[in-house]
Design a protein around this ligand. Structure first.
Ligand code: JHZ
Length: 414
């Protein structure tokens, strides 16, 4: 394996050394490094997890990044496991066809295509599609759904291979992956090369405005090298003679942005949404370090409150389990020091995760049948982004007296 960890003293996007660490969540096992039974005898490898702010371009990036080869070549996350995400990406495909019908008819390359969650509905509508994702195990699921994936990291070399074989892309999409690569300049060079003149680059990223506003600190983990507001993205794309021409807020992952960009000169009018977002970010203080240093006081408050609640429930001999072996759940459990002393098991529907153990805390992951056989008194919702649908679907649990604990945005019992 390549050297795992790199400490950053410069902003990865703009190169400035005027960066300031503002948050440390301690040392953590990688959020998707689910342990097998054999691994349990060895302590998990842990890496520092913290955030830095760049005074020059207003980027928040990790203080230390892990080599992507250690993170993404075998992957635990299968996007289509969650029906809400399937619906989101199906609507996304519909939007692309509605907004850019001529482009959508040609080649669409999805980077970080996972199990084909966006390409399946695009293909159904008539797009020529190609996936790019280094995770062979997840690409195998895409193949089953009829999607061909190049199982490589997205680099200029790969872009050239794609051009030679398929031609340039009309649309390049990259969802929940643009924040994941420390080699963002290689990624952008590849986008620049692969995208045809007049084509669009569309991507979704978790929005730092939601992270701060709703205290979603658990969405910070080593896979998320960058937590974006719009400002640094404008800087980044500008370096490649590209421009953002539209931006929308979407609900996924606790609040994300869907961003549309193209080569300069732009073939599209710039939507007022771009300047609206930039101004809103300035007004909200997201271009000012003090907002971030102030925010850094919030995660410890959640930890204190959640531990107090779980401790009091254990003192009353209540049985507690968790729902959703999410990556953010890994951060939350590890940061708060919540392990098998509090939580008996975590329920998840992902076959890859069932039978394994949560990273760092080693809580066993079980399928839904086991939960129903031995229902606990309380369920800690680690997939709080799906709380409405989970609580509704699992109404039987409430009817028999069970309660859900919501950790984010504020600790509460429902
Ligand atoms: P979920 C993922 O984060 C990983 P995670 C990734 N690194 C990323 O960037 C973000 O998304 C954006 C399960 N589940 O989607 C499925 C049920 O069991 O919140 C998942 O294991 N039953 C790419 O991992 C987990 O919960 C259900 O009914 O934090 C949810 O993970 C539902 C709805 C989900 O993302």
């Amino acid at each position: 394996m390549p050297t795992a960890i790199k400490h950053h003293t410069r902003c990865i996007i703009c190169g400035s050394t005027d960066i300031m660490p503002y948050l440390s969540l301690g040392n953590m096992a990688l959020a998707n490094s689910f342990a097998t039974k054999q691994h349990l005898t060895k302590p998990a490898k842990k890496y520092p997890l913290g955030m830095t702010y760049c005074h020059a371009c207003h980027l928040s990036q990790l203080t230390h990044t892990v080599n992507p080869k250690n993170l993404f070549q075998t992957y635990a996350y299968f996007s289509s496991t969650s029906p809400q995400l399937v619906a989101h990406f199906s609507a996304y495909a519909k939007d692309l066809w509605r907004l850019f019908p001529t482009l959508a008819r040609g080649l669409v390359v999805d980077v970080g295509s996972n199990d084909g969650i966006l390409l399946v509905p695009l293909k159904k509508r008539g797009s020529r599609v190609l996936g790019v994702d280094p995770a062979k195990n997840v690409a195998a699921a895409a193949a089953q759904a009829g999607i061909h994936t190049m199982t490589k990291f997205f680099t200029p070399t790969l872009a050239q291979i794609i051009i030679n074989k398929y031609g340039q892309a009309n649309i390049i999409s990259a969802n929940n992956v643009f924040a994941h690569t420390p080699d963002i300049h290689l990624f952008m060079t590849a986008v620049k090369r692969l995208l045809c003149p007049g084509g669009i680059f569309v991507f979704e990223v978790k929005y730092l405005g939601d992270l701060i506003g709703k205290n979603e600190f658990d969405t910070i983990y080593h896979e998320h090298v960058f937590s974006y507001i719009l400002h640094p993205l404008v800087t980044l794309l500008g370096k490649y003679a590209m421009q953002i021409f539209d931006v929308h807020h979407v609900d996924t992952h606790g609040g994300s942005l869907r961003i549309f960009a193209s080569h300069i000169p732009l073939p599209f009018a710039i939507s007022p949404s771009v300047s609206t977002y930039l101004q809103k970010e300035i007004r909200a203080g997201y271009t000012d370090l003090t907002t971030y240093t102030r925010y850094a006081q919030k995660p410890p408050a959640v930890k204190k409150k959640l531990l107090a609640l779980l401790t009091s429930l254990k003192q009353k001999n209540k049985r507690i389990a968790a729902y959703g072996a999410s990556a953010k759940g890994s951060t939350l459990l590890q940061y708060c020091g919540i392990d098998t002393n509090f939580i008996d098991f975590v329920v998840d529907t992902t076959p890859y995760k069932i039978g394994k153990y949560m990273p760092g805390t080693h809580i066993p992951i079980v399928d839904a049948r086991q939960w129903k056989k031995h229902p606990p008194d309380y369920i800690l919702l680690l997939a709080w982004n799906f709380s409405d649908s989970i609580i509704k679907r699992e109404a039987w649990f409430g009817r028999r007296g069970g309660k859900f604990i919501l950790p984010i945005p504020a600790v509460g019992v429902v």
